[in-house]
Design a protein around this ligand. Structure first.
Ligand code: NAP
Length: 256
């Protein structure tokens, strides 16, 4: 039934998901999967207009109303404006998937302050910004789902990724605090810790590095973005209503 709950005319029986980093990789697979599960989609991306347009088209092909929002999640004011726009456009948000992430790898002795800060600002503060901007709406709605895309690196550490590992470990702490704070309002918050996933982020790794990673993975291969999306789809579903504050590894057994 087409109805106006926000400024967009859409089927108001469909829940809305806001996915950051939804233009490519894991976020794109999450958005497409949620579209197939009956969600309408607000897709946040950093700057790749063409990829964002493709992701919107893929969600629409799966039956969703979808719109892309360009926003650097490290910018608190921009996030607030984007979240306000999404709420005005769609009327509500049921699921927030904090997936936007970057790497600036380097060994400690050569890691600059800028590279350390940028990764923390996008991966950790970005999730804080979106979560804070949506918290009042979640509390009023007395229900909702938050999924934060962490990493096994946040559990294990990784040489050359001190900034990234710190951001992902921090994201796990944020997840558990949000889970405790919002549980009384029926909002769950969980983290996913993927191992190595075939996306643009890992496409830069040399064949030798990928082979050495594969040797550490009991299942012997990298994950597909869809395999990570599948767990995200579960966590935002009604089936996951009693799961909160959890960290689910999707890593082929790598960090067990
Ligand atoms: P990806 O292919 O590099 O895509 C990154 C996505 O994040 C893009 O949509 C990009 O938008 C967006 N993005 C980057 N910086 C942003 C910012 N400042 N504000 C808003 N959006 C931003 O990454 P991925 O491999 O799918 O990774 C997704 C998440 O999973 C990340 O948090 C990553 O740390 C985590 N993860 C990945 C792996 C892996 O092996 N790939 C493993 C564990 C965890 P544009 O397209 O506009 O640039």
């Amino acid at each position: 039934m087409a109805e106006k709950t926000g400024t967009i005319e859409r089927d108001a029986s469909r829940r809305v998901a806001l996915v950051t980093g939804a233009s490519r990789g894991i976020g794109r697979a999450v958005a497409e999967g949620l579209a197939a599960d009956g969600f309408d989609l607000a897709l946040v991306y950093a700057g790749n207009e063409a990829a964002a347009a493709e992701a919107v088209a893929a969600c629409e092909a799966a039956g969703a109303t979808a719109r892309a929002y360009r926003c650097d999640v490290s910018d608190a004011e921009a996030v607030k404006a984007t979240v306000d726009a999404v709420l005005a456009d769609f009327g509500s948000v049921w699921a927030l998937v904090n997936n936007a992430g970057v790497t600036r790898d380097g060994l400690l002795v050569r890691m600059s302050d800028e590279d350390f800060s940028r990764v923390i600002d996008v991966n950790l503060k970005g999730a804080f910004h979106t979560t804070r901007a949506l918290t009042r709406a979640f509390m009023r709605q007395r229900g909702g789902r938050i999924v934060n895309m962490a990493s096994v690196v946040g559990l294990m550490g990784n040489a050359g990724q001190a900034n990234y590992a710190a951001s992902k470990a921090g994201l796990i702490g944020l997840t558990k605090s949000v889970a405790r704070e919002l549980a009384p309002r029926g909002v769950t918050a969980n983290a996913i810790a993927p191992g190595f996933v075939e996306t643009d982020m890992t496409a830069v790794l040399s064949e030798g590095v990928v082979e050495s990673y594969e040797k550490q993975i009991p299942l012997g291969r990298l994950a597909s973005a869809e395999e990570v999306a599948a767990v995200t789809r579960f966590l935002v579903s009604d089936a996951a209503s009693y799961v909160t504050g959890e960290v689910i590894r999707v890593d082929g057994g790598m960090a067990m």
